[in-house]
Every structure is written in C-alpha cells, then in structure tokens.
Write a protein that binds this ligand. Structure first.
Ligand SMILES: [Cu+2]
Length: 210
C-alpha cells in the first residue's frame, strides 16, 4: 500500500523537463531505491519503443547488476558475463520464459522482451542470484536511485495510469493522474515495504547492493 502525497489534482509535465518523482518508505521516510514508476497513457496512443532499445544486466561477482531493470516492451536486454565462472540464467515468469545455458566468461547473449510483465531472473548454479526486469507498456518510466529519486520523461498532456512497483511492495500502487498545464512538476510517494528477505549472498562477499 502507498499513500499518494502529491498530484491528486493535475500536475505539470511541461515541455522537455520531465517529472521528478521521489519514493520514500512509509515506515521511516527513508529514500527507496529500485522503485519503478511508470505512466501509461489512457487517452492517447502509446509511442512505440525506440528501435535498438537495449539494456544490460551483467553478471559480476556472482550477482546480477543492476538488481532492477525497467524497459519498454519490445526492448532487448543483453546479459554479459563478467565473471570467470559460468552462469545459467533462467526466467520462469509468464511474460517471458527463457534460459541461457552455461556460457563462458566474457560472453554476451541477449533476449527480446515482447510482452509486458514482471520478469524474475535466477541462476541455476548460484541460488542467491536474483534480479528483476519490469517490462512496461509505455516509454514513460523511471527507476529511483539511492536518493529515492527518478525523472519521468516529459508527459504529453492527458490522463495516465501511474504505477509504482518495488520488489518489496506487496502489490504495485496504481493511481490515475492527469498531465495538465500549470501544476506541480514533481511527485512524492510513500510506499510500505516488506522486510528484505534476501539473506544469501555471493560467497565473494563483494556484493554491495544489499
Ligand atoms: Cu550464476
């Protein structure tokens, strides 16, 4: 559950500046990293993904990096292995089932994500390896950084379905918003998070994300 602190009226998404979003934890107000905030148009067409849209999730120190990746549907994700050990990446998620069998250090394979949805990535060899890909039906999205902040691309005027996703939120938070002239250009949200249950870590001890 989350409480919408701003934007209950219209908000501005003026010109090329984009919309700043800040996500904080309900419990202690601390900034929440790795939240994905997206805005899907409700009354005008969704722009298609940019051709050659490519994201990258590397394997390094026997972890996936980054932990959370947001892409528009139709985008490609590369999976370079920067370790000297082999990995066996898999997804059992409905939006895209795939596996990339053992491959050598330095190798890169890529996957096109052609349906929106949440992808959970694992590795058959290293049980602790976990990452998420949020495949979105819209190009208007942002992932929050360590300060809880992200920048949504400039939103053409109109109504949007705003959604906030976080791996530790019980469910995505959904809110309808309107991009209108002459209103605020930043949004702040509070999200209730479950405890981080990731307790197993890479044996190298080099993981810095959690
Ligand atoms: Cu692995």
């Amino acid at each position: 559950m989350a409480i919408l602190l701003a934007c209950l009226g219209g908000f501005a998404a003026q010109a090329a500046e984009g919309v700043k979003v800040v996500v904080r934890a309900t419990l202690d107000g601390k900034p929440v990293a790795d939240a994905v905030v997206s805005a899907t148009p409700l009354d005008h067409p969704v722009p298609p993904p940019t051709l050659q849209a490519i994201a990258e999730i590397e394997q390094k120190d026997q972890e996936f990096r980054p932990f959370v990746t947001a892409i528009q549907v139709g985008s490609t994700v590369k999976f370079p292995n920067h370790d000297t050990v082999q990995h066996h990446i898999y997804s059992l998620s409905k939006a895209k089932r795939f596996e990339i069998p053992l491959y050598q250090a330095g190798a890169t394979e890529s996957v096109v994500f052609d349906q929106p949805g949440l992808i959970s990535l694992g590795c058959n060899i290293h049980d602790w390896m976990l990452a998420y890909i949020v495949v979105l039906p819209t190009p208007y999205f942002a992932k929050t950084d360590a300060s809880g902040a992200g920048i949504l691309p400039s939103l053409p005027l109109g109504r949007y379905r705003l959604e906030i996703w976080h791996p530790r939120a019980p469910a995505p938070v959904v809110q309808e918003i309107t991009s209108a002239p002459d209103s605020v250009s930043s949004l702040e949200f509070a999200v209730a998070l479950k405890p981080d249950k990731r307790i197993r870590r890479a044996p190298t001890g080099k993981a810095t994300d959690y």
